[in-house]
Write a protein that binds this ligand. Structure first.
Ligand SMILES: [Zn+2]
Length: 100
């Protein structure tokens, strides 16, 4: 198993809220309780997830089941073994909101 260095710059104490949680593999979508919030950041590297006008451009991401925390695919690969995430595919009947 390949572990990231203990001093990896992306480490910011995420294990307190992301260790062993279930992550949903889905396109980025707006947090349902924050309709005015149009972006989020990767919990590790800070990559910005933003809603796109063109729905086909939606960004791939991994979200906690309440959409409150987002992880980009790169960080997901780098930390998945260490954090022991349980991954679920987004159900096909729940596409991201279309905006309007
Ligand atoms: Zn990231």
């Amino acid at each position: 198993m390949i572990m990231n260095p203990i001093d990896d710059w992306r480490r910011q104490g995420q294990e307190t809220f992301l260790k062993g949680v279930t992550l949903i593999h889905r396109s980025y979508r707006q947090h349902p309780s924050n309709p005015k919030w149009d972006h989020d950041h990767c919990e590790f590297c800070g990559t910005k997830f933003q809603l796109e006008k063109d729905h086909n451009q939606a960004q791939e991401a991994y979200a906690t089941d309440d959409d409150s925390h987002w992880v980009c695919p790169t960080c997901f690969e780098d930390f998945k073994h260490e954090f022991g995430w349980i991954v679920q595919e987004s159900p096909p009947d729940t596409p991201p909101p279309l905006g309007e």
